[in-house]
Design a protein around this ligand. Structure first.
Ligand SMILES: Cc1cc2nc3c(=O)[nH]c(=O)nc-3n(C[C@H](O)[C@H](O)[C@H](O)COP(=O)(O)OP(=O)(O)OC[C@H]3O[C@@H](n4cnc5c(N)ncnc54)[C@H](O)[C@@H]3O)c2cc1C
Length: 500
């Protein structure tokens, strides 16, 4: 049955019956119906929604999905209700920070927080939401890196001219070619921000359209060696450069995406503030501490029943904005079969706030010590309020004892924060799931096998919401005439979805 026809029926009469059965009691609910510049006031609670949507996961992907739905409501005067179901107690998912406290007078980022020059959604959101942006210059960081064989200490500011040539000679020049390729990758992705860029049904379709399939199927090391870099350049330079997020080796597309900028930015007070604003500005009812346990078909209808730890509700559409297999949700076998298994690597992030300006390189250079915690990198991340923030990535948790030996002055450490993550291993692949797994069921995180970043999850959620709206109403986020609004000031970049 055409979904729109079903929705119309529902709108005309069935929705009252549905409402009575859907909304159980006892769910902690924090509604956000903040009227805003997006025109939320038109979303009246007295109007039965034409479409009920559940978004599972309130990270970059889920929160931005709610936001794009808000834009669609404004542009096309649709009535859509959204429940945003999040298992943790906060918005942001892997974009996670600890807020400032008396002992540490700034927020400490323990997960995703950096964005780059070309990340137009992140920039646009921070501008529109009046959030300050601070630049973190990667070239100012001192990076200590365990490359699996040696302890490598780099002062990156010397790399481009002296260090590369002195230590690696001619093969390092191949890096110039690689940076050009990285710029091309960024330019290709920038096409997605253009007006009327066509939606894609599967992440692989987009990669093919952008002409980047060769990178998706190449391992990073092989790609660099194939394009002229020596293995030592790859080990001592390329991998440390790419090690900023997680030290997880990836396919060449993710690596080149990461290399396309040398400047990084974050939002003081936590980059996840962007995702909190997305939710604030959306019509979503936010259910924190709510774990989705299972999802099933509602017999004889195209609807889905979503069962959480505390309730069971029916929806016309479900957006799964969390890694499928990690979310631990029981689904019909037909859905499960469409999502290839993705392997994950555990990454432990340890952040120290210290007044000590250096680490104990003698200790770290000893292979047995480096392998103790299977630590992979230490970087002096930034200096603020007279303290240094040191970030250590490792494969195992780092004990207090290990930390006290790794730092010259452990007595000067003022705070230690530890966080464990599971990060998708981005192995070369073409085996990617479709976005619409079944009628009314949309899956976002397949895109992470292509590129894993906050920006690309916002980009992918825009595409997903467009697919959902077309299936349901025959319009997209920008309304039925997406080209109508192109008179943006010359100094501002056009960003699809924001400028329509
Ligand atoms: C250590 C680390 C550092 C990184 N650094 C950066 C960086 O600096 N810049 C960058 O752009 N990217 C970075 N990344 C990648 C980035 O974190 C991801 O690409 C992005 O956050 C993915 O967003 P998401 O919303 O799709 O998923 P997530 O952020 O994982 O959000 C999914 C949400 O779903 C919730 N959830 C899961 N299962 C359920 C369930 N059953 N019921 C209800 N809720 C559920 C989770 O609690 C979570 O909040 C980093 C990743 C890691 C691990």
């Amino acid at each position: 049955m055409h979904r729109y026809f079903f929705l119309l029926l529902q709108h005309l009469g069935l929705s009252a019956i549905l409402l009575a059965t859907l909304y159980g009691a006892g769910v902690p609910q924090i509604p956000f119906f903040l009227g805003s510049g997006l025109g939320m006031a038109s979303l009246s609670q007295t109007t039965d929604p034409l479409l009920r949507v559940a978004i599972i996961g309130a990270g970059a992907g889920g929160s931005s999905s709610a936001f794009w739905i808000a834009r669609a409501i404004k542009n096309s005067n649709l009535t859509i209700s959204v429940d945003l179901l999040e298992q943790s107690a906060f918005i942001g998912g892997r974009s996670f920070s600890i807020n400032q406290s008396v002992s540490v007078p700034f927020s400490v980022e323990l997960g995703a927080h950096l964005f780059e020059d070309g990340h137009k959604n992140m920039w646009r959101a921070s501008m529109e939401f009046n959030l300050p942006v601070s630049r973190i210059d990667a070239m100012d960081q001192t990076l200590h890196f365990w490359n699996g064989v040696n302890f490598v200490r780099k002062s990156p500011s010397f790399w481009p001219i002296v260090d590369l040539l002195l230590h690696h000679g001619h093969p390092s020049l191949a890096l110039g070619t690689t940076y050009k390729r990285a710029e091309q990758v960024a330019a290709r992705f920038a096409e997605v921000y253009q007006p009327n860029f066509p939606t894609w049904d599967a992440p692989g379709e987009l990669v093919a359209r952008l002409g980047l399939l060769d990178l998706l199927i190449s391992n990073t090391s092989d790609y660099f060696v194939r394009t002229g870099a020596s293995q030592s350049v790859v080990n001592d330079i390329v991998l440390p450069l790419l090690g900023g997020y997680t030290d997880v080796p990836a396919h060449a597309l993710q690596s080149l995406f990461r290399m396309s900028s040398s400047s990084f930015y974050q939002i003081p007070g936590g980059t996840r503030r962007i995702f909190e604003r997305f939710v604030d500005l959306s019509p979503a009812s936010l259910f924190l501490n709510t774990t989705v346990k299972s999802i099933e078909h509602v017999a004889g209808t195209p609807r889905w029943r979503v069962n959480t730890t505390s309730s069971s509700r029916e929806y016309d559409a479900v957006i799964l904005a969390a890694p499928f297999h990690q979310a631990n949700i029981t689904t019909p076998e037909s859905l499960f079969a469409k999502v290839p298994l993705v392997s994950y690597k555990t990454v432990h992030v340890t952040v120290l706030v210290t007044r000590s300006p250096d680490v104990n390189t003698t200790f770290l250079a000893d292979p047995s010590h480096s392998q103790d915690g299977r630590f992979s990198s230490i970087s002096y991340w930034r200096q603020t309020a007279g303290r240094w923030v040191i970030r250590i990535n490792s494969q195992s948790p780092l004990s207090d004892d290990w930390l006290s030996r790794a730092l010259n002055r452990y007595d000067q450490v003022e705070a230690v924060f530890r966080q464990k993550w599971e990060h998708p291993l981005q192995v070369p692949t073409v085996d990617l799931p479709p976005i619409r797994l079944e009628e009314g069921f949309y899956y976002l995180n397949g895109f992470e096998s292509v590129v894993s970043s906050m920006e690309t999850q916002i980009m992918a959620s825009f595409n997903l919401v467009n697919l959902l709206l077309r299936d349901s109403f025959g319009v997209d986020v920008c309304g039925s005439s997406p080209t109508r609004n192109h008179n943006i000031p010359a100094q501002r970049y056009f960003v699809a979805g924001w400028d329509c």
